[in-house]
Design a protein around this ligand. Structure first.
Ligand SMILES: CC(C)(COP(=O)(O)OP(=O)(O)OC[C@H]1O[C@@H](n2cnc3c(N)ncnc32)[C@H](O)[C@@H]1OP(=O)(O)O)[C@@H](O)C(=O)NCCC(=O)NCCS
Length: 198
């Protein structure tokens, strides 16, 4: 039987210290500059460290769980950080955490539990970089399906995942503490799309 453990963080494509990528700098009016701008800003994609969980829990409360009873506590995030079955991934921009994601690997599919990017950094490619890292590691682990749920009111997340090649596969009534429905999204990683080069 195939091991359920997450892929080792150090793969040929993913050095232990993290992956350096770039995102477009902001223009004076706060919008991303054109992608060919020479002053691209570096972001470091790396596994979360001990001590990051409090900040990630606060980001989740603010950006993902607003209006709900927070269930992504520091302890829960720390359990995922230490688990062999999960990856807690951070994106550092200008020296501080600008985004993060949590993914859990199962036998048949990986589940993207959480993803958030600080509002000031949104729409600059940080979310895409995080998901791309997780998709690459899932492929390395031989897991070719990624599933997730999002709040039915979250139009931004729906547009984001659709742009990345995810498709709606279900609708779960009352999934969020009976307060809100969830949309279930899924991507088959065996199928390469234009989103992979985006
Ligand atoms: C959803 C979220 C993670 C996206 O992160 P991001 O870094 O802003 O996304 P990216 O810049 O990588 O966007 C990639 C593509 O997604 C689409 N997209 C992202 N935000 C969008 C928006 N507000 N409206 C329409 N399309 C959007 C676009 O196609 C974009 O590509 P483009 O900018 O070249 O057009 C971010 O908006 C966020 O943290 N939201 C709050 C928390 C949340 O909803 N989390 C997800 C559910 S758990």
């Amino acid at each position: 039987m195939r091991s359920r453990s997450r892929p080792a963080v150090a793969t040929p494509a993913r050095p232990v210290g993290g992956l350096l990528a770039t995102i477009a700098p902001l223009t004076l009016d706060g919008r991303p500059a054109p992608a060919d701008n020479a002053r691209m800003e570096a972001i470091l994609i790396a596994p979360a460290r001990r001590g990051d969980s409090a900040r990630l829990a606060a980001m989740s409360r603010r950006l993902v769980e607003a209006g709900l009873e927070p269930c992504w506590t520091i302890e829960r995030i720390e359990r995922h950080r230490l688990s062999e079955d999960s990856v807690v991934l951070t994106a550092h921009v200008a020296g501080s955490i600008g985004g993060f994601a949590i993914m859990q690997y199962g036998d048949d599919a990986a589940h993207l539990n959480l993803l958030a990017v600080e509002p000031a950094l949104q729409r600059r490619g940080v979310g895409r970089q995080l998901v791309s890292w997780l998709e690459d590691t899932a492929r390395v682990a031989g897991t070719f399906s990624i599933r997730l749920e999002l709040r039915s009111s979250n139009r931004t997340a729906r547009a984001f995942y659709t742009a990345l090649g995810y498709r709606q596969s279900g609708w779960v009534r009352g999934y969020y503490q009976g307060v809100e429905d969830a949309l279930r999204f899924e991507r088959d990683l065996a199928i390469r799309t234009t989103a992979d080069s985006g």
